[in-house]
Design a protein around this ligand. Structure first.
Ligand SMILES: NC(=O)c1ccc[n+]([C@@H]2O[C@H](COP(=O)([O-])OP(=O)(O)OC[C@H]3O[C@@H](n4cnc5c(N)ncnc54)[C@H](O)[C@@H]3O)[C@@H](O)[C@H]2O)c1
Length: 405
């Protein structure tokens, strides 16, 4: 087979620890034999971030804006212990946070579903994608431990004019918090969700507590509805997909009774909580994919899990590891597919589909890493090590590509 050409590059962001090891294996065994890989490479490994005073992270994010598509390996977010371990000049911010701030996006997380590992919720047959609004609300609050005999008021100063709103009068002590969001951020969250629903041809659900929060949550509901009616309704009708709004408590009940197969857009706190519930119920963090979609149509693909530190230290000690590379493989296939779609490069899209299919087939044929072996429900299984799994996928990828190319 002739190698597939890629005239336009995608942004490749290398990372840390065990996922950096997997990154190279995936490239060597699953990508480079088939594709004339064209990437603009940024090393987001902690050592190089430190050497460049984190400039490399900013450069990578700006490159995604230029080329439209990026694929990122998991990276260490330094804490005090990492500052010591790597002798860092400072405690750099989370690379994902920096990239998100530059691209202004929404993160969509979806599980990879395989036959033989059932979700804990028996009705779920298809993946549920969580879209979490990652701006404001309780994550940017101002809190106060209130002493007794205190009057709580909110003051807004608009062009020098004050508006005062009474909140509560405390006799004993208590707690208080102020939080905010902006029309701009809510609108870009809405557009990212509608665009992603169109892209993946799935229904979009959104829920807030607008009956109780008649201004704050209701504004989310209104902005979503206005943008949907004005900009997206026609396209949704054309594709036969639906935008569905309900109350958050009703949404939770419906999600549990559903078959899956839709995007669930959540406010910041709801998304934080519900994405952990959905990930756990679908089985394993190692099977969660993640994509950051910006409102102006840039995409950054990655695995939802971290750098798997425990396995890395075993690897450094020369011990065998059995790290699951599925989510990182899907990050690569996601980015290659998107590159292909943007450039009308059909061969690249077909390759990405074949890579997904080969990876899922590997597990469905009973070949898996240790983390999945515990969840496997279908008879015989072969538990393989980190590289063993990728080689098993490569064998099946060869077969898939022979059939279609
Ligand atoms: N997106 C990112 O870049 C990202 C996300 C989370 C954590 N991190 C970083 O990763 C490092 C480790 O963090 P952590 O231990 O909290 O998270 P982690 O996701 O690396 O590991 C959490 C747990 O899940 C298991 N696990 C995760 N992925 C696995 C896989 N592919 N195969 C098998 N088991 C897997 C691990 O063994 C561990 O028990 C930290 O330095 C953190 O800053 C990065």
């Amino acid at each position: 087979m002739q190698k597939i050409k890629m005239p336009v590059p995608l942004v490749e962001m290398d990372g840390d620890e065990m996922t950096r090891i997997i990154w190279d294996m995936i490239k060597q065994d699953l990508i480079l034999p088939y594709i004339d890989l064209n990437t603009e490479y940024y090393d987001l490994g902690l050592k190089y971030r430190d050497e460049t005073n984190d400039q490399v992270t900013y450069d990578a994010a700006n490159a995604i804006k230029k080329y439209g598509v990026g694929v990122k390996c998991a990276t260490i977010t330094p804490n005090a212990q990492r500052v010591e371990e790597y002798g860092l000049k400072e405690m750099y911010k989370s690379p994902n946070g920096t990239i998100r701030a530059i691209l202004d996006g929404t993160v969509f997380r979806a599980p990879i579903v395989v036959d033989g590992i059932s979700p804990s919720v028996k009705t779920w047959k298809k993946p549920i994608t969580i879209a979490r609004h990652a701006y404001g609300d309780v994550y940017r609050n101002t809190e106060y431990r209130v002493p007794a005999n205190t009057k709580f008021e909110m003051i807004f100063t608009t062009d020098g004019k004050e508006t005062r709103l009474p909140v509560f009068e405390y006799e004993g002590g208590g707690v208080a918090q102020g939080m905010y969001n902006t029309d701009k951020s809510i609108s870009s969250f809405a557009r990212s969700c509608f665009n992603y629903a169109i892209d993946t041809r799935q229904d979009l659900w959104f829920a807030t507590k607008d009956t109780i929060s008649k201004i704050y949550d209701h504004t989310f509901k209104d902005i979503f509805q206005e943008i949907f009616d004005e900009e997206y309704k026609e396209k949704f009708d054309e594709l036969g997909i639906e935008y569905f709004y309900t109350l958050i408590d009703d949404a939770v009940a419906r999600v549990i009774r559903s078959e899956g197969g839709y995007i669930w857009a959540c406010k910041n706190y709801d998304g934080d909580v519900m994405s952990d519930m959905v990930a756990t119920a679908f089985g394993s963090l190692a099977m969660m994919t993640s994509v950051l979609v910006s409102p102006d149509g840039n995409y950054e693909y990655e695995a939802a899990h971290g750098t798997v530190t425990r396995h890395y230290y075993k690897h450094l000690d020369g011990e065998e590891t059995s790290t699951n590379s599925m989510a990182t493989i899907f990050a690569w296939s996601g980015a290659l597919r998107k590159r292909g779609e943007m450039d009308q490069n059909d061969a690249l899209v077909k390759f990405a589909d074949a890579l997904d299919k080969a990876s899922i087939r590997t597990i469905e044929e009973g070949v898996m890493t240790k983390d999945l072996a515990l969840l496997w429900e279908k008879g015989n299984k072969k538990v393989v090590n980190t590289h063993g799994f990728i080689k098993e996928v490569a064998t099946r990828l060869d077969q898939e590509l022979k059939e279609i190319m």
